[in-house]
Write a protein that binds this ligand. Structure first.
Ligand code: AGP
Length: 609
């Protein structure tokens, strides 16, 4: 996730710098500014943070400008480097552009542009766009951008300026982009937080919009037809602090609702939608060459992702495996050697126990594959290969969008390993799983919509409960553990995740009328078994809250509440079933007056043992 700011008017660079600072919650590893000064475009950019940037570069030489754009990068394509930082320029340096999003057909565009003699300076997908604009530019920047975006597959928010005129052109698809209207100034930004100190009046662009901003006004057109479209100017009431949560009361709630977009970005970065291929096939096959075993290691929520990964490994490959929490692994490691791949999963990439486990595995010649959300983290530097989640910075202590993005990455990985000679079990299954992944963002969005009202009712009914039991089997065994962890870490209610098959070996002794059980009973291979477990609990008068498939009359009759989720292929259920559990935990915690974003005793990243 990146940040974009643009301004037309006096003091434009000052406005852009101010806005870039406010976008820091979006996370960034590089920063850059372009300004039109004395009919030339001046670009200043570097792979450093905003504060360091302002210390290192003297921007006074462009302070006279009335037209500027700026960008904070959260690297997706291309390493963190000055060349890959935005803004990017066309061949002649007459057009510059900043971008937030992922261009999925970047390979094909790169080949096409190189064949046509364009000089490409970076590894980014973004740079390709400015060269497409250059090809179409004949004096009308809006028209050039409108035609250029017609060649793009993927998501984008663009801000483009050129040396010929005092105007800025914007384009939007899937990534956020707003226009701010000030006194004698016009602004653009990835979200209102960047501009709230300058204006409260905004025009929210919609997918498929292109816009031309000039000092005297705004023109918005449909990018396909070129016809003008009307967009209302709205006044926002947020103060700067709130707006960092984009209107949500807590970062956690915002991040729960960001999951469809986080999944879209993550899956888009790993699966080529055009031919259903796994983008990092070569690097992964190189890493797994001759490998016989996988050792999963992580902490907390990331460990639950590893548990799901272990089921994927069993279903899609013939590999041996171990799966441990890092704090146990490092003191009692399984056999490790050069034929082992250690899969270390971590949102922050800084968790001390996980890093210690990785260092131990490397000492014993194991290869390390990281699944991580922070490019500049220690784990990424230690790993032989990293498959990134593109969830954007996760600020709420309770992990939500990073978790579902981790699940998506592990599904993508094992969908490819399924096809890998000597390791894989069934090529066709791998392709089907990749196809299912492409629809996952929409399924998660549907699960969110379905959960909204019912979790209000359930949380009001049970927020005073002293304890909860969560039950699941097979792929949803981990969902039971993750659902319990979400509840206990933000509401401080004791909650226990359990394999449902284990009920009769002890936990069923706990069941009584004020002991709610959350059971994950979806139409998967263990559906009938889960139904029997629910009947055992009902027979002892325990209240049951089910996560169930849509329109399941059997489950409806048997349980007190149901949270419906859309049907998906079995390996994708953990990512869908966890969504109502996240929302339920959030609502119970807020009813109990807990500090949801900063729960007591916890930290976002446990960088100590
Ligand atoms: C999850 O909600 C918790 N915040 C915690 O268990 C977390 O998952 C764990 O500390 C691992 O963090 P990491 O993914 O950054 O390594």
């Amino acid at each position: 996730m990146c940040g974009i700011v643009g301004c037309i008017g006096n003091g434009a660079v000052e406005v852009v710098v101010e806005g870039l600072k406010r976008l820091e919650y979006r996370g960034y590893d590089s920063v850059g500014i372009a300004a039109l000064s004395k009919n030339r475009l001046k670009v200043v950019k570097d792979a450093i943070k905003v504060e360091q940037f302002l210390k290192r570069y003297d921007l006074s030489e462009i302070s006279d400008t009335r037209l500027a754009i700026g960008h904070t990068r959260w690297a997706t394509h291309g390493i963190v480097s000055e060349e890959n930082a935005h803004p990017h320029s066309d061949c002649k340096g007459r057009i510059v552009l900043v971008h937030n999003g992922i261009i999925e057909n970047h390979h094909e565009l790169r080949e096409r542009l190189l064949k046509r003699g364009h000089r490409l300076r970076s590894d980014t997908d973004t740079e390709l766009i400015v060269h497409l604009v250059e090809e179409n530019y004949k004096g009308d920047l809006l028209e050039a951008v409108r035609v250029a975006v017609g060649s793009l597959v993927g998501s984008f928010a663009l801000a483009v300026i050129c040396a010929d005129k005092e105007e800025m052109v914007l384009a939007k698809r899937m990534s956020p982009l707003v226009i701010g209207i000030g006194d004698g100034m016009i602004f653009a930004a990835s979200d209102v937080v960047a501009l709230l100190e300058r204006t409260k009046r905004f025009l929210f662009l919609e997918d498929g919009d292109c816009a031309r901003l000039i000092p005297k006004g705004i023109q918005v057109v449909d990018s396909e037809s070129g016809r003008e479209v009307e967009r209302r100017v709205e006044t926002v009431v947020w103060n700067v602090e709130d707006a960092e949560k984009e209107g949500y009361p807590h970062f956690m709630l915002k991040e729960i609702y960001e999951q469809p977009r986080a999944l879209q970005q993550t899956i888009g970065a790993h699966i080529d939608g055009a031919n259903l291929s796994f983008r990092q096939a070569n690097e992964v096959e190189q890493l797994f060459e001759g490998v016989r075993k996988v050792s999963f290691v992580a902490c907390g929520t990331a460990y639950h992702a590893c548990v799901v990964g272990s089921y994927l490994l069993r279903d899609f490959t013939r590999l041996d495996y171990s799966c441990d929490v890092a704090s146990e692994f490092r003191y009692a490691p399984p056999p490790l050697d050069e034929k082992t791949v250690l899969i270390a999963v971590s949102q922050s990439g800084e968790t001390a126990d996980t890093l210690a486990a990785v260092r131990l595995a490397k000492e014993r010649s194991a290869r390390v594959l990281a699944v991580c959300n922070v490019r500049t983290s220690t784990l990424v530097r230690l790993a032989d290969l990293t498959l990134f989640t593109l969830a954007g910075p996760e600020i709420g202590v309770a992990s939500t969008k990073a978790y579902t993005s981790q699940l998506a990455v592990l599904c993508a990985l094992f969908s490819h390993l399924a096809t890998f000679a000597g390791i894989g079990l069934d090529k066709r299954d791998g392709e089907l799983l990749r196809k299912g992944l492409l629809g996952l963002p929409m399924r998660v969005r549907q699960a969110l919509e379905a959960a909204e009202e019912v979790t209000d009712r359930i949380s009001k009914e049970f927020f005073r409960s002293q304890t909860f039991l969560y039950l699941g089997r097979k792929y949803n065994f981990a969902t039971a553990y993750e659902g319990a962890l979400k509840l206990k870490e933000i509401s401080y209610i004791h909650a226990e995740g359990y394999g449902a098959g284990e009920m009769k070996h002890g936990p069923i002794a706990l069941v009584q009328p004020d002991y709610p059980t959350v059971a994950i009973v979806v139409r998967d291979s263990v559906y009938e078994k889960m139904l029997s477990n629910v009947e055992e609990i009902k027979a002892r008068k325990g209240p049951v809250i089910a996560v169930s498939s849509v329109n399941d009359e059997k489950v409806k009759r048997l349980t007190n509440f149901i949270m419906e989720v859309p049907e998906v292929s079995e390996p994708l259920y953990p990512a869908v079933c966890v969504v109502p559990l996240q929302l339920l935990s959030y609502k119970i915690a807020t009813l109990r007056g807990c500090d949801v974003d900063k729960p007591r005793n916890l930290a976002k990243s446990v960088t100590v043992e």
